[in-house]
Design a protein around this ligand. Structure first.
Ligand code: SF4
Length: 178
């Protein structure tokens, strides 16, 4: 079961989109220098179709994308929720997945998402916005992962926006660039 600790509306995580970033806990990775160690613990509210539906009802009109931050302990559930977003909004909302895995999971389909970020955080190489980063940001086009990491090295990388939202988080609201 997926759990989430917080959510926020952001511009930065998916360039060109207004995203609801949902911070999922129980991260199985143990990246040295992890900036969100609280996400390594298995805690928070259940993230299922009902909870996601509530968020879509509350904020869906203001969004263009749902961004799942983490969930690597249960990638099939992340994929299932991404498909739920697509179905329940008739494709109006795009979906993104920030994964700390080194590779896209073989038992999931890239076509289930519109954007995918892949790669653990390696302190010496830096995050997604560092030119030396091992992490890659892809746009999914016709089932293929097209590398768009360069978008994080442009003007988009400094754009963030956080309107007032009812705070349901148990931890800091700001999502992590995992
Ligand atoms: S993937 Fe992100 S949240 Fe998980 S350990 Fe690495 S830096 Fe921390």
């Amino acid at each position: 079961m997926l759990r989430f600790l917080s959510y926020d509306i952001v511009f930065q995580e998916v360039p060109g989109e207004v995203s609801l970033a949902i911070n999922i806990s129980n991260c199985p990775h143990r990246c040295k220098g992890c900036h969100s160690p609280h996400l390594q613990e298995d805690k928070g509210e259940c993230l299922d179709r009902k909870a996601l539906g509530t968020l879509l009802t509350s904020y869906g009109e203001a969004l263009t994308c749902i961004c799942f931050m983490g969930g690597d302990a249960d990638p099939k559930s992340v994929e299932s929720l991404a498909l739920f977003v697509r179905e329940s909004t008739q494709g109006r909302l795009k979906t993104a997945w920030y994964s700390g895995r080194a590779q896209f999971p073989h038992d999931c389909s890239p076509e289930s998402f519109d954007y995918v970020k892949i790669g653990p955080y390696i302190e010496a190489l830096g995050g997604l916005d560092a030119p030396t980063s091992n992490q890659r940001f892809y746009q999914v086009k016709e089932g293929r992962l097209v590398d768009r990491t360069e978008l994080f090295h442009s003007k988009f990388s400094t754009n963030t926006y956080s309107p007032s939202l009812p705070n349901r988080s148990q931890e800091a609201l700001r999502p992590a660039l995992t």
